[in-house]
Design a protein around this ligand. Structure first.
Ligand SMILES: O=P(O)(O)O[C@H]1O[C@H](CO)[C@@H](O)[C@H]1O
Length: 291
């Protein structure tokens, strides 16, 4: 694949994406319909997958490498609650040095493999003062801060086979799936920690200053993270149904008298404690959704 896209281009061609997908499918007996991208420390969902085939990213030509602790760098195919899924145990982030298109390129590969529904999970900082560490937030909407400032994942030449030049994004997160997830959460006894809100993406890797957190709050954001939005935008562009969910792993500092440092270790630690709850909700959602 000598002509593969480089850092300066707008991404892999349609044919290149098809070829990557075809290559990956030779490693598995499954034909996934649901794609799941696991957030920091949230890869344990893969352990619930039955009859699994696991492929390291390093085995896949043209796939980026995971460089962040809590992101293992594996594709896991198998059955989750009886549904054929593919999980990314490890996602790519802009702050790792990847161009935006490369961060989200696995979503196009998933679609080329036959995926019609995308589930994105992440660890996020709580901005809404009514939230608590350990809460689970269904993403109702997002703010693409990099996109608004000129780093939209869809910048570059548009191939209509991927989607339209000017996609609407108002309904990126499927209402039916959000409602089903809320119902499942209540049934599982998680009603008291379940939230719904707006996720804002920052470029990272710095955690926010107090002034920045205050700014993000005035924008109307409930939670902040460094991922998810490029993936969801590419999914919407490609006509995939999307569901997003955040585990609130820390609360951002909005008060100069209560300054505290957020660390990635803390994010992973909360993930270790609460990932099981998120996994139960997501696996039940997959089990009950129509595909
Ligand atoms: O969004 P995910 O991949 O869950 O990870 C979140 O956790 C990391 C910071 O601790 C950042 O990468 C942030 O985006």
């Amino acid at each position: 694949m000598a002509s593969m896209a480089d850092m300066s281009s707008s991404g892999y061609s349609y044919e290149e994406i098809q070829s990557i997908a075809t290559n990956i499918l030779t490693h598995t007996k499954h034909q996934p319909k649901v794609g799941i991208i696991c957030g920091s420390g949230l890869g344990g969902l893969a352990d619930m997958v039955e009859q699994h085939d696991t492929i390291n990213y390093s085995q896949i030509p043209e796939f980026p490498a995971s460089t962040v602790p809590g992101h293992e760098g594996k594709l896991v195919f198998g059955l989750l609650q009886g549904k054929a899924v593919v999980l990314m145990r490890g996602r790519f982030h802009y702050y790792e040095g990847y161009p935006m298109w490369k961060v989200a390129m696995p979503v196009r590969v998933m679609k080329a493999m036959g995926v019609t529904t995308l589930i994105v999970t992440n660890a996020a900082g709580g901005i809404n003062p009514d939230f608590n560490t350990g809460d689970i937030m269904i993403i109702k909407d997002h703010i693409d801060l990099p996109g608004l400032t000129g780093e939209c994942v869809l910048i570059g030449k548009n191939d209509r086979r991927f989607g339209p030049r000017f996609p609407a994004t108002v309904d990126t997160y499927d209402e039916e799936l959000r409602n089903l997830a809320k119902q499942i959460s209540v049934e599982l006894g998680y009603g008291n920690i379940m939230r719904e809100g707006v996720y804002i993406m920052i470029g990272g890797p710095t955690f926010e200053t107090v002034a920045e957190s205050r700014l993000l709050r005035t924008f109307g954001a409930d939670a902040v993270g460094m991922s998810t939005v490029p993936e969801a935008v590419v999914a919407k562009h490609g006509g995939l149904r999307t569901f997003g969910v955040s585990l609130i792993t820390d609360m951002v500092t909005l008060d100069y008298d209560k300054v505290r440092n957020t660390t990635h270790e803390e994010v992973l630690e909360v993930g270790r404690r609460r990932a099981g709850d998120l996994q139960k909700i997501v696996s039940n959602l997959v089990g009950q959704m129509t595909v």
